[in-house]
Write a protein that binds this ligand. Structure first.
Ligand code: MN
Length: 338
């Protein structure tokens, strides 16, 4: 069978490799149908993902059809349409015992630390597969994983109905946060320097959108909230400046959610954090969000699929990567088909 492998930074190839075989009785082999190219896949290709190891079959947004199941598998059967939950964890460390295995001490992310979904067949532990049902197109189902990242942000920021959420960044992650927060019933203000992205945010249900290079965000948020400010500020950009500014835009008893993945230092006012009792939390990957997210997709309540702009056969992955590198403004989301 064929696979997309990043041999080392800068080298991406279609390789021939053996079919996976069942190793444990809880293993499942899935015939891949579609997979999404994520920013993090491109980072692995560019050598700018600090935690990735090489050579690597990339791809963590993968869906397909169950091809073969181990003897002890009961939750899926041959022919089921499934999505991969792309994390593996020990189940024993502090985080796992606390119900937060996405930050397991021994965490492995498929397509990053172990081989992922950009191959014609992939192996998975049965409990890392979730059934899609028949209503969701495979190509749309690829967006469930990015959507789940937004669900995790809502969990970590404890976003509740009626609260005001300020989201920095209207890329795929910011928009996923927006959609999840709207499902909860929050009022959402979305910021981005790119007017196209703000237009997307509007169609995805943003209550207010602003370009921070054009208006005074503090004044706008104050005016919209009667001086309360935002109950939750989400940094879906990963910017030290956003983190520094966020404490001045967060209400008393508010939360700030960081998604930055670079080892850079933000200067944050201790006074603002203490006097308002602000909680600053990180949000990484997701835990236990897939089933809920699949329900939203089943009921057609998701716009995130509107971001899909291109579909390529996986053997044309180099063309897809070139498009992302050379004409990023044209690319929303690229889906590889198998
Ligand atoms: Mn992703």
């Amino acid at each position: 069978m064929k696979a997309v492998q990043v041999l080392e930074p800068g080298k991406i190839n279609i390789i021939e490799r053996d079919m996976p075989t069942l190793e444990r009785e809880t293993d499942v082999i899935v015939k891949t149908k579609a997979a999404g190219i994520c920013g993090s896949d491109i980072h692995i290709y560019h050598g700018t993902n600090a935690v990735a190891t090489y050579p690597r079959v990339i791809g963590h947004e993968a869906v397909g059809e169950v091809y073969q199941v181990g003897e002890a598998v009961t939750n899926v059967k041959v022919g089921d349409r499934v999505i991969l939950e792309p994390i593996e964890y020990c189940g024993e460390c502090y985080a796992c015992r606390l119900g937060r295995p996405n930050v397991c001490e021994k965490l492995k992310v498929r397509g990053v630390h172990s081989d992922g979904g950009f191959q014609e067949y992939f192996i998975a532990q049965s409990d890392k597969l979730h059934i899609l049902g028949s209503d969701i197109e495979f190509t749309d189902a690829v967006m469930i994983e990015p959507f789940s990242i937004g669900a995790q942000v809502c969990f970590r920021g404890q976003i509740a109905k009626g609260e005001v959420v300020l989201i920095y960044g209207a890329g795929p992650t910011g928009l996923a946060v927006l959609e999840n927060a709207k499902h909860i019933g929050a009022t959402c203000i979305v910021l981005d320097m790119n007017e196209n992205r703000l237009a997307y945010a509007k169609t995805f249900g943003a209550d207010y959108t602003f370009n921070p290079s054009k208006v005074d965000i503090k004044a706008e948020v104050e005016a919209l909230t009667g001086g309360m400010l935002a109950n939750v500020v989400v940094d879906a950009v990963g910017s030290t400046k956003v983190m520094a500014d966020a404490v001045y835009l967060t209400s008393v008893a508010g939360r700030i959610v960081s998604m930055g993945f670079l080892d850079q230092k933000a200067e944050i006012s201790m006074l603002e954090v203490t006097k308002k009792e602000i909680s600053i939390v990180g949000s990484r990957l997701q835990t236990y969000q897939f089933e809920k997210c699949i329900e939203y997709f089943k009921h057609n309540e998701v716009h995130l699929t509107d971001l899909i702009t291109h579909k390529f056969h996986f053997e044309d992955v180099k063309e897809a990567v070139a498009l992302i590198e050379n004409e990023p403004e044209k690319v929303g989301k690229i889906i590889l088909t198998f």
